[in-house]
Design a protein around this ligand. Structure first.
Ligand code: SF4
Ligand code: SF4
Length: 375
């Protein structure tokens, strides 16, 4: 086999496109047991977010290109540094947004890199498609070709970047030599599984996403169970780092170089988010990956209400009481839940006032439950 194509591709991707990792995997089907495991996750997404379009299928590489020979996996550093300063956030009633999800420049560079990889093959007479569809389990291919190993936390761990690697995959009819998988380093370790606050890592290499904080805040547009709401802290979307932070593979990581992102975007004031205008939502969040996952403003407001409930701080009563008149049921419902958590006489009074006006059965139920909880 002529290896010059692979050599040219690797130097193009690493040197010119400034990616951090690349591997070539076969275009062969995924194993049945892997499909079953990924299928559970796919089903959860299909049932909970319109972004999945109700599609729970796990796609095989050749569903995208019948003559496919290779899958290329590219990884870039997505570590932007330390997570939320929870003490400061509590003092100032601020939320937390994952920086890599809010940085438009990072997103644009990734999408430019993807189209450059496709062009690389097209210019040489090969077919190539970017596999951005949610139904393609690219982590499996990333582990098959050694871009990282599949950790028990169900996250890909790269040798240099740890679990902070943003992956993209491409399928092509170009034939290249495949790269080898890395050795599974987890061994007897199960630190991440024990550290997960919700028990979402139910078995090694499997995350029951219904229990995962990231899935619930970032993607679930249905009900977020109470036991999950109480554990999300001040997260406003994806951003739980626990199962990655505890992993010994994630020590001494170097943050990616990036431009300045305003602290109001990474740690916005929760009362302002709860009453965010359409204009601010559209200008600040819609162009970002964070906004793309949330889809609609009301889910950001829902998450802000949950975060305020988790702070259990009397200062939030005014903004939550105002949100009890919001036009969106979901915002009223979760604000009622948050006031129940704050539990003060003032919070109780606002819930009683809202109950007299509330017409929606679901919101009424939440107000009653909060009042019962306050006692
Ligand atoms: S992201 Fe958080 S909630 Fe989800 S599996 Fe990891 S530790 Fe558990
Ligand atoms: S914490 Fe341990 S079990 Fe979990 S991914 Fe890291 S090495 Fe594997």
């Amino acid at each position: 086999m002529d290896n010059s194509l692979k050599k040219d591709l690797k130097s193009f991707v690493i040197e010119e496109l400034v990616a951090d990792a690349i591997g070539i995997a076969s275009a062969d089907d995924f194993k049945e047991e892997d499909c079953r495991r990924i299928g559970v996750v796919r089903k959860a997404f299909a049932e909970s977010t319109p972004l999945a379009g109700g599609d729970a299928q796990v796609y095989q590489p050749r569903d995208f290109l019948p003559d496919a020979k290779s899958v290329i996996v590219v990884g870039v550093n997505s570590y932007f540094g330390d997570g939320p300063d929870i003490k400061k956030a509590k003092k100032e009633l601020r939320g937390f947004v994952e920086e890599s999800h809010i940085d438009i420049d990072f997103l644009n560079k990734n999408s430019q890199r993807s189209s450059d990889v496709v062009d690389f093959f097209n210019d040489r007479g090969y077919q190539c498609f970017s596999l951005t569809a949610g139904g393609f389990p690219l982590k499996l291919k990333a582990s098959e070709c050694g871009v990282g190993r599949y950790g028990k936390n169900a996250v890909i761990q790269n040798r240099e970047l740890g679990a902070w690697i943003s992956l993209s995959a491409f399928i092509t009819d170009a034939e290249m030599e495949f790269d080898s998988p890395l050795k599974d380093d987890c061994g007897e370790c199960s630190i991440c599984m024990e550290a997960c606050p919700t028990g979402a890592l139910e078995s090694p290499y499997f995350c029951n996403v219904w229990k995962c904080l990231d899935f619930n805040l970032g993607h679930n547009k249905k009900n977020i169970p109470e036991e999950i709401r109480g554990l999300t802290g001040n997260l406003l979307g994806e951003g739980c780092r626990i199962c990655r932070d505890v992993c010994p593979s994630n020590r001494n990581l170097k943050p990616v170089k990036h431009g300045e992102i305003s602290s109001d975007m990474i740690a916005p004031e929760l009362p302002s988010i709860l009453s965010i205008s359409d204009k601010d939502w559209e200008e600040k969040f819609v162009p970002t990956l964070f906004g793309f996952f949330l889809i609609e403003k009301k889910y950001l407001q829902r998450n802000a209400a949950i975060a305020l409930g988790n702070f259990m701080d009397e200062r939030a009563v005014g903004s939550l009481a105002e949100a009890l008149s919001n036009g969106e049921e979901i915002v009223r419902e979760y604000s009622a839940w948050a006031l129940g958590r704050i539990k003060t006489p003032k919070a109780k009074g606002e819930l009683e006032k809202a109950l007299k006006k509330e017409q929606n059965k679901g919101v009424e139920k939440e107000i009653n439950e909060s009042l019962e909880f306050i006692g």
